[in-house]
Design a protein around this ligand. Sequence first.
Ligand code: ARG
Length: 581
Amino acid sequence: MHPSFNLCSAIDSQLSNLSVGLEGFGPDFEPQTRVADERFGDFQANGALPHAKKTGQNPRVLAQRLVDALPPSNDWKVDLSGPGFINFSASPELLLQWGLSHGSENELNKSAKTGNAKVIAVDFSSPNTAKQMHVGHIRSTLIGECISRMLTFRGHKVIRDNHLGDWGTQFGILLLAIEEEKVSLDDLGDDPVARLEDLYRLGNSRIKESEVALSKARAHLVKLQDGDPYSLSLWEKIRDLSMESFEQIYRLLGANFDHALGESFYRDKVDLVYEALSRHQICQEDDGALVVFHPDHKRFAKQPFIIRKSDGASNYATTDLATLSFRQAEWKCDQIIYVTDGRQRDHFEQLFLTARKWFQAEGRELPELSHVWFGTILGEDNKAIKTRDGQPIKLIDLLEEAIRRAGVMVRQKNSEIPNNEVERRAKIIGLGAVRYADLSQDRTLDYVFSWDKLLAMQGNTAPYLQYAVARIFSIFRKLNRDPSQPTQSPRPPQTEAERKLARKLLLFPMALDQATRELKPHFLCTYLYELATEFSSFYNQDKVMVDEVKTQELRLQLCSQTLHTLKTGLFLLGIETLEEM
Ligand code: ARG
């Protein structure tokens, strides 16, 4: 027997199929099976209630009819409770069988593959060149990487695209400052991107003070846009320098991209957008600009989506329309996911509405469009996180500080290990902690960044989960066993602690499902935290090293299954683990 990966949806489809021939049910009946409150069992189907209400029947009678139609099975104990809830409790044999067939990272990975694979573009990180990545960009990178990993794990074809902000008016200003300051781009000092940012600020104040500077900046921009080779070579150099500094961070964070088709890639594709939207009468002239209104929308009936500025220049909106069209035409995307902060919600809502009209007019299939937005990281004063002198915090500084602090922790615990091992562990713990602090919160909420909280060994933190992993490794070391080798004829779980842990392990697919469906990593984090806690009570209650062989084998089986589930989950979050901490 190889029980299904997701037992909750297996029960749901069984009930759904059974209901087809049954009196009182109809094609719109949904069993609504979910994870049950532990007191009632493992899964609970509640669909008889709303269906009975809608059709004026007795819910308990309906539920009983479904229960009677179930073929006899040793896998489940089934009973009715309340006004018509159907409760399913997995038998000890089923818990054991499920564990044996989903106990390794490989098996989990294989079972998680969906039968309905899609092509999904994930647009994430997307910093702006000539500017440093700041802490605001960390969320897009971490959430986007995690979502990409989860979708890949489910078997989708994921295309990761870093939509760099590498084109636009800022380059006119920057080129002006470079010229006026007689700066050589080969000699920008230790932190070239910081220097470029300073130059941009300088240029910006110049154009505010002087009309001459302003028209010079405009002339620089026109030259660049017209393809003047010298201006282009400067722009390219700026892009390369920026990319180098971003890549340093991506390497630290283990973030990967298939493409970095920035805004500049679409600069010769924006005319197509004006042309198409005008031809289909989706846009209109407004004070010299080209704009789109959505008369059926309460705000966007009046608030325009500007797709060409009055000076004729394209903007963020134009590029995003061109990008969307390109991704659909070239990559045949079924879905596009955009990961940005919540302040861009209006932009994406207008973009999606406009794209729907455009694609409809041309009979093109519009991919599913999802804006995955997130809140702000706050300092301990509850305001957007800043350095002491009020500057935005630089991402690289934050990550280095996390590693430094983790290094102190590791050294305190292990006075005897060599420095390079301290460094290796510090990196895994420090970066894991920052990452987990970010992913474990509902992404739509703001959260307070606190060093003490995120590095704590207790509570819902990465170090706590990494410690659970290291502890399981040490159990196997003590017994001189290998956690990836199969156990020898374990007995089914019997004690309360065994049963509770086995049940928690069984729920991994549902947590993964919810995190992937809602594109919210915190559901996975919450599950892993609960699993580690359940493991900890199991370990306190039931000794692993016992004389009874089959009992010891089961307990080792539960240990190794917990280990592999934790490792798989942490991998999906982008967090590495250690055999010793
Ligand atoms: N560069 C933008 C920023 O830093 C994010 C781009 C997001 N992606 C997109 N297709 N608009 O805010």
